[in-house]
Design a protein around this ligand. Structure first.
Ligand code: NAD
Length: 491
């Protein structure tokens, strides 16, 4: 089983990848090999794009009301196989089963939202833009589009895009993360069971080789990407150079401001979940807490206590609250960054390096870590650690706290905890991030709102999900018409 190569789905069949290098996928909680994955080849990508291109003309002509019937069926099938897919997410990614179910639920919400396409895709019109002349804007699908996703939400992130892309009449090539391909494979099985015409959704596994082939393929009209900032920047530049439409979501460094009037008990509970949930491997994870005035001591003690109390282990086990990080290399990198912070003068209130997890000796565990007073000069302040590490910084007032956030290169999310409406409004008004939480730890937009990263956390104009997704996956056509009465034939 663990030697099995994850297949691609192209046209109407599962196919063994044509060639290229391979990698082993392993269970991050145990280190055991699960399967093998191809790192992709231009031949596999070309075959998938050809299948998608062949399916496009007929799919485009299929009425939107008929297209969404496949999504209704997909929603039912995802519900019926919910636990099975969630368990696969946990096995490959390491997050707890509750977290895996949470991400799948958010993914399904996008399938539900895209079922509104007959309303969402409508254009607009105005009669008599000049006397007797009418103008209409209609939305038409682009053609073949592609979705390239990261390891941290193996099922949710493909579903941020897939339902909108096909409901709008496009055909698709999905390239999931090579580290966690199996839940998307299961979802592909369900898509096939909906009876969707072959070629509308194709699945190609791989890494950089597959991505580059997609970016360079002349028949791929648009790229939706989610991943780290350096790769997002590269995707944006290369896709644009090839004349493609692109939305590229990147990495993050998310701050939370704790005001002196915050309910510290609630704030510490929510911030602990945000910072340490999914082992800190969420693009919306809070990784820097800025305490204002005398909030510091109370918040420090409460968050350190919560970090100490978290149960770390295999995410499939009952009662486990935090799983491993994705790979051994990732653990080494995170532990190295904690060491750097400590060398630079931060005090570890809780140090997760070298944690021992009974039964998880082969796993890649890093315990929850809280670093107090990381010096302002440390470049860790603006480094995406992508592990269960929270740093604490002090500010005298809200302005100073917002100033610290404004100096970050990233702009994915920020939050404030306060009981003062005016402070909340100031924060909402000034926070330089695309997603803002007020007494919320993970400012994750629902499916019908855009996932609004800013600055180095997003390259593009139209974001993922909801109406932005519909705009991204359609071309606007404007028709201006004149029909003088005197031209009509009289009967
Ligand atoms: P990654 O950038 O390493 O990989 C993402 C995708 O890009 C994968 O499909 C991978 O195969 C491909 N890829 C990797 N290196 C490439 C290269 N050099 N050239 C072309 N393609 C390449 O990201 P990851 O480690 O899988 O995911 C974690 C990152 O994703 C974090 O930085 C996290 O913040 C970010 N993320 C962002 C959001 C968001 O909404 N902004 C959401 C989730 C994750």
């Amino acid at each position: 089983m663990h030697n099995q190569l994850v297949p691609n789905y192209i046209g109407a069949e599962w196919r063994t990848p044509a060639g290229g290098e391979q990698a082993t996928i392993e269970n991050p909680a145990t280190g055991e090999p699960l399967a093998r994955v191809s790192l992709g080849s231009p031949q596999d990508v070309a075959a998938a794009v050809d299948a998608a291109a062949a399916a496009f003309p007929e799919w485009r002509r299929t009425p939107p009301g008929d297209r969404i019937q496949f999504l209704f069926r997909l929603k039912d099938l995802l519900e019926a196989h919910f636990d099975e897919i969630a368990r696969m997410i946990t096995r490959e990614n390491g997050k707890t089963l509750a977290e895996a179910k949470g991400e799948l639920r958010r993914g399904i919400e996008n399938v539900e939202t895209a079922c509104g396409i007959p309303a969402l895709m409508q254009g607009r019109n105005l009669e008599d833009v000049a006397r007797g002349i009418d103008e209409t804007m209609i939305r038409q699908p682009l053609g073949v589009v592609s979705v390239i996703t990261p390891f941290n939400f193996p099922s949710m992130i493909p579903l941020w895009f897939l339902p909108y892309a096909i409901a709008c009449g496009n055909t698709l090539v999905v390239k999931p993360s090579e580290r966690v391909p199996s839940s998307m494979r299961m979802i592909m099985e369900l898509i096939i069971r909906t009876g969707l015409p072959s070629g509308v959704v194709n699945l190609v596994n791989g890494g950089k080789a597959a991505v580059d082939a997609l970016l360079d393929h002349p028949d791929v009209r648009a790229i939706s990407f989610v991943g780290s900032t350096p790769v997002a920047r590269y995707i944006y530049a290369r896709s644009a150079a090839n004349g493609k439409r692109v939305q590229a979501q990147g990495g993050a460094k998310n701050h939370v401001v704790i005001m002196p009037d915050a309910d510290i008990e609630t704030a510490s509970q929510i911030v602990a979940d945000s910072a340490f949930g999914c082992a800190g491997q969420r693009c919306l994870a809070v990784s820097a807490a800025i305490t204002v005035g005398d909030a510091h001591g109370r918040f420090r003690d409460a968050i350190a206590e919560r970090a100490r109390a978290l149960r770390v282990g295999n995410g499939l086990e009952e009662g486990v609250q935090m799983g491993p990080v994705i790979t051994a290399a990732s653990r080494t990198r995170i532990e190295g960054l904690i060491a750097k912070g400590v060398t630079e003068g931060a005090r570890p209130l809780q140090d997760g390096r070298g944690i021992r997890v009974p039964g998880g000796e082969g796993g890649h565990f890093v315990g929850p870590t809280v670093l107090e007073d990381l010096p302002a000069s440390s470049d860790l302040n603006d480094t995406e650690i992508f592990g269960p590490v929270l740093s604490l910084t002090r500010a005298q007032d809200l302005d100073q706290a917002i100033g610290i956030i404004s100096r970050s290169a990233f702009g994915n999310a920020s939050s404030i905890f306060t009981s003062d409406g005016a402070a909340a409004r100031t924060f909402r008004y000034q926070a330089p991030t695309g997603n803002v939480g007020v007494n919320i730890g993970i400012a994750a937009p629902m499916a019908y709102f855009p996932f609004s990263g800013w600055r180095q956390s997003f390259f593009g104009t139209l974001h993922g999900q909801g109406r932005d997704g519909v705009a991204f996956f359609t071309e606007q056509k404007v028709v201006i018409e004149r029909w003088p009465k005197e031209w009509s034939r009289k009967f």
